[in-house]
Design a protein around this ligand. Structure first.
Ligand code: NAP
Length: 281
């Protein structure tokens, strides 16, 4: 009988996780059933409990339930506790354990797929929501020279930076050029309007930097903005999506999938990005 896995979120119809996990499973001849599990806001706990009561073996959690999942699980990994957010739940004899594979997924894509060196790098992270919270500890673990956090709502950036010694909060208007890597963890592109970047970021901020957009697909606009501002190279978040899924797959099945083939296959259908060199090597 195939093991049951799912991704829970709202909305969830857009999720690519089922096809990513199916492609990983094929690499190892693993028979699994991985479904999208819709849940209305407020219904996470009941839906997750019902899934595991019915024999579910693993659950991915996406927007808007990652923080709630962190309180719901029996225990959390150190990474999930630092992020205060869970994107992967593993069930075992000791109950449910919540993990966060988003940050490790970003680091894997940056250092692997994109070839960006993080040790000693000057890094700017834009945004202070759940995605930013999930990646700060894994980025810090790479020993960057500086890790600066900037957000539209400054108090949110200050509060988040305060949880991670070594992270400095900075207001958008006080940002200056000199970063090696600028990561967009805001939801700005969801409006499809690059004007918001223009409104907040100094003209030359991205000159010669590597610009990474956690977003992917037609709504991702940070890459085009960054190239127009003189960024040396850009990447979108498709690689992070596949790498965070690989982290979950390894937790559930004890196997490390080859992510390159899966990223390349998804690239053609989800987000053609001719400027992303790493996928065309
Ligand atoms: P979130 O918790 O809702 O946070 C949204 C962030 O965007 C906040 O910092 C917010 O600033 C900022 N923002 C939204 N609209 C803005 C605007 N018009 N101007 C300036 N700032 C704006 O969302 P999230 O969960 O962190 O996700 C952020 C992005 O990361 C999403 O696009 C998501 O798809 C992406 N993501 C990708 C992956 C992946 O695997 N590739 C994984 C996780 C997340 P305020 O605090 O001022 O409201």
């Amino acid at each position: 009988m195939s093991g049951r896995y799912a991704v829970i979120g709202h909305p969830i119809a857009h999720s690519r996780s089922p096809e990513i996990h199916a492609a990983f499973a094929e690499q190892f001849g693993i028979d699994l059933c991985y479904e999208r599990r819709p849940a209305e806001p407020g219904a996470f706990a009941a839906s997750a409990q019902a899934f595991f009561d019915a024999g579910g073996l693993g659950l991915n959690v996406t927007v808007p339930f990652k923080e709630e999942a962190c309180s719901w699980v029996s225990q959390t990994s150190a990474g999930a506790a630092a992020a205060r957010a869970v994107n992967t739940i593993v069930v075992g004899p000791e109950g449910t354990t919540g993990h966060n594979t988003d940050g490790p997924g970003l680091v894997a894509d940056l250092t692997g797929g994109c070839g960006v060196a993080l040790e000693g790098a000057r890094i700017l992270l834009l945004g202070a929501g759940g995605a930013a919270a999930g990646v700060l500890a894994p980025l810090l673990a790479q020993c960057p020279a500086t890790l600066v956090l900037a957000n539209r709502t400054e108090a949110r950036a200050a509060a988040l930076a305060g949880r991670f010694p070594g992270v400095q909060a900075c207001r958008f208007s006080a940002l200056e050029p000199g970063f090696d890597l600028v990561i967009n963890a805001t939801a700005i592109g969801l409006s499809g309007d690059q004007a918001d970047f223009l409104r907040y970021l100094p003209d030359d901020l991205l000159a010669d930097a590597f610009a990474y957009d956690m977003m992917y697909g037609p709504q991702a606009s940070f890459g085009a903005f960054a190239r127009a501002q003189g960024a040396r190279d850009t990447a979108d978040g498709l690689g992070m999506l596949v790498e965070q899924a690989a982290g979950a797959f390894t937790l559930w099945h004890g196997e490390t999938p080859d992510t390159r083939l899966v990223i390349a296959a998804l690239r053609d259908v989800v987000a053609p990005d001719p400027d992303r060199r790493s996928d065309h090597e």
